[in-house]
Design a protein around this ligand. Structure first.
Ligand code: DGY
Length: 333
């Protein structure tokens, strides 16, 4: 349909978005896109934001107080985040500056839950170590058929306890997957979520300690906030079972990375699967050296469907505000 005749506002987009979103956006905005396939530097972000009323960011872009208060950012009225996580954005300063923030919840829930569950499976059946082993030798039966299971001892998920730290949309989706594998589910969150818990027969742990002591798989699936920073560190690893695995598909800041490395080096826990890092996109050398960790490059939402839908939703949020003059459904402030 033909867009109403309007004076188009300037919009800066910090990374190439899927074509469908771009097509929608360019109907209504003068779109300037950062074309390079890497995270934009703060200086470039500020230079290109100059004269724009809106910016579309990625969850990895750092928008701290200094950036938001920079004169080059002065005309920005809305930040539409392409993604759900807003941990790198200073919400308080943005709100004080009267900048509207939106994100894209919901459309990446199943993609992220799938990744989380695939990591749980990969850890339990030692898929990554097996794959590595297969490439080393042409004869493998000394490992695979060892009745003592000295190497490659796998676990079954049935009757194992999955501990979810966070029980929002994605946590609940992970729980639904776990039900069909016969897992027992416990969760820790700020508030008890009785209705969802009933659906998956999940038990609420009031304290984090209670969850850590009892879980065979600990899945972190809560937002990165000042309250969850370093939530999992030395003391928490000590509470976990020696046979337990940790899966982090939420935010790197929630786990103290150095203490995770020590816990894995000293076999304090059996293994971990990590999709998110403290200083993304940087991955510490010591973590990369460890054999008992699976590393993936922040791919929770990396399906065509999710990435397209995130783009469309981020575009809709902008159109709601600037064109339809209404509060976008996914406004967070
Ligand atoms: C998000 O949406 O916050 C994801 O982590 C980025 O894909």
């Amino acid at each position: 349909s033909k867009a109403p005749s309007i004076i188009k506002k300037n919009l800066f987009v910090t990374r190439r978005v899927p074509t469908e979103a771009y097509t929608i956006l360019s109907k209504y905005f003068n779109v300037d896109i950062y074309e390079e396939d890497r995270t934009i530097s703060t200086e470039t972000l500020l230079d290109r934001s100059k004269g724009c009323e809106a910016i579309m960011t990625l969850s990895l872009d750092v928008l701290n107080k200094e950036t938001i208060l920079d004169p080059r950012f002065g005309q920005i009225k809305m930040i539409s985040n392409y993604g759900v996580g807003l941990d790198k954005l200073d919400l308080v300063t943005a709100t004080k500056q009267n900048i509207l923030i939106t994100n894209t919840p919901g459309v990446l829930t199943s993609a992220t839950a799938d990744l989380t569950f695939s990591l749980i499976l990969a850890l339990s059946k030692r898929v990554v170590e097996s794959n590595k082993l297969m490439r080393k030798h042409s004869i493998y039966d000394q490992d695979q058929f060892d009745p003592q299971l000295e190497s490659l001892e796998c676990q079954s998920l049935e009757k194992k306890t999955l501990g979810l730290i966070g029980f929002g949309r994605i946590g609940f989706s992970v729980a639904k997957r776990a039900v069909s594998f016969g897992m027992d589910i416990i969760y820790h969150a700020r508030n008890e979520r009785k209705e969802q818990a009933k659906v998956v027969n999940a038990t609420y742990c009031k304290t984090l300690d209670q969850l850590l002591i009892n879980s065979d798989f600990v899945s972190i699936i809560c937002p990165g906030t000042p309250q969850t920073k370093d939530m999992i560190g030395r003391n928490e690893f000590k509470l976990m079972k020696k046979t337990a695995c940790l899966i982090n598909t939420a935010r790197g800041s929630i786990v103290n990375e150095e203490e995770l490395i020590s816990a894995l080096q000293s076999d304090e826990i059996r293994a971990a699967a990590i999709d998110v890092y403290t200083k993304e996109p940087f991955v510490p050398h010591a973590l990369r050296k460890l054999q008992n960790v699976i590393l993936t490059p922040h791919i929770g939402s990396a399906t065509r469907q999710a990435r397209n839908d995130m783009g469309i939703l981020a575009a809709q949020n902008l159109i709601d505000f600037f064109i339809k003059r209404k509060c976008p459904k996914h406004a967070v402030n």
